[in-house]
Design a protein around this ligand. Structure first.
Ligand SMILES: [Fe+2]
Ligand SMILES: [Fe+2]
Length: 293
């Protein structure tokens, strides 16, 4: 029965609507070294809801810009091509997977809060350890669990059972997913990102954030930073769906992998690092609101 369901799920993934054209164009431009600010601004301006989101994000406390940003051109100049382009890609992914009203199995706002927290914390770890590219890492963190939304959206009835089992047995979601569906959100997240032709580093974060050892060497630092941020987000109570929060950080696979990549992590005062995160709590809540409205 599980095998049947996993097969069906693969078919479902192939029917998931392609990401909107504007996102495809943006991803192409972001990967093109010759693309400039004007190209990016032109693509965003073609899509009014996306332009609105860009202005909302640029004027949010998250970026602490002193002057009000009134045009997409200005936003691109202030935040940079990569940062802004990826904000649009994330909003697009959210919109494409948005569940119909009143039909979600889990609290979608909590989900995005966890996702934003993971992105923000990942960026902080990246700065602390000088590992990886901060934009890729931020968006990797933001989208790491996207497979959960896909499962809830397209395998709704069976995902309800997964959530129930997660709560009743206090299981990590990934284990309940494997037991009941035969596939888990990491694999599904990797599949959807590949289908949408997202940068491969982001697809690898989705696919390997629970199995860093299996990740190709090239993207392992990015994946390990996001996986550690995922653990820290849960420790900071930006958790989701029954995942455990009482963990010994140093014993996690994410910490051990990062230690191999960047031994200076041993010098980081984890307690202080976690206390310092209090300063970004407000930004996390605000960014989550922007993404989900
Ligand atoms: Fe996950
Ligand atoms: Fe997560």
């Amino acid at each position: 029965m599980i095998a049947d369901f996993a097969k069906k799920l693969e078919t479902v993934i192939n029917f998931i609507p392609p990401i909107p054209v504007v996102i495809v164009e943006l991803l192409k431009a972001l990967n093109d070294e010759n693309a400039n600010m004007n190209d990016i601004a032109r693509i965003i301006a073609k899509d009014p809801p996306m332009s609105m989101n860009v202005l909302k994000v640029a004027n949010s406390a998250f970026y602490r810009l002193t002057n009000k940003v009134a045009t997409v051109d200005h936003a691109v100049r202030m935040l940079g091509v990569k940062e802004l382009g990826m904000i649009c890609v994330s909003c697009g992914a959210y919109q494409a997977l948005k569940p119909p009203a009143d039909s979600e199995t889990f609290d979608i706002n909590e989900f995005w809060k966890h996702s934003v927290a993971t992105g923000v914390i990942a960026k902080k770890i990246c700065a602390e350890l000088s590992v990886g590219d901060k934009n890729t890492i931020y968006f990797g963190g933001l989208l790491h669990d996207i497979g959960k939304v896909v499962l809830d959206r397209f395998a709704h009835e069976v995902y309800k059972i997964v959530i129930q089992v997660t709560h009743e047995e206090c299981l990590p979601m990934i284990e309940a997913e494997k037991r009941i569906i035969g596939e888990s959100h990491d694999t599904i997240g990797g599949m959807i990102m590949e289908r949408w032709k997202f940068p491969f580093a982001l697809a690898d974060v989705a696919r390997y954030h629970h199995a860093i050892a299996l990740c190709p060497e090239e993207t392992r630092p990015t994946v390990a930073v996001c996986a550690l941020a995922d653990e820290l987000a849960r420790v900071r109570y930006f958790g989701f769906g029954g995942d455990r929060s009482g963990i010994v950080l140093e014993e996690t696979e994410a910490f051990r992998s990062l230690h191999t990549i960047s031994p200076t992590i041993a010098n980081v005062d984890v307690f202080k690092f976690l206390c310092d995160l209090e300063t970004v709590d407000e930004e996390i809540v605000e960014m989550e609101k922007i993404l989900t409205t």
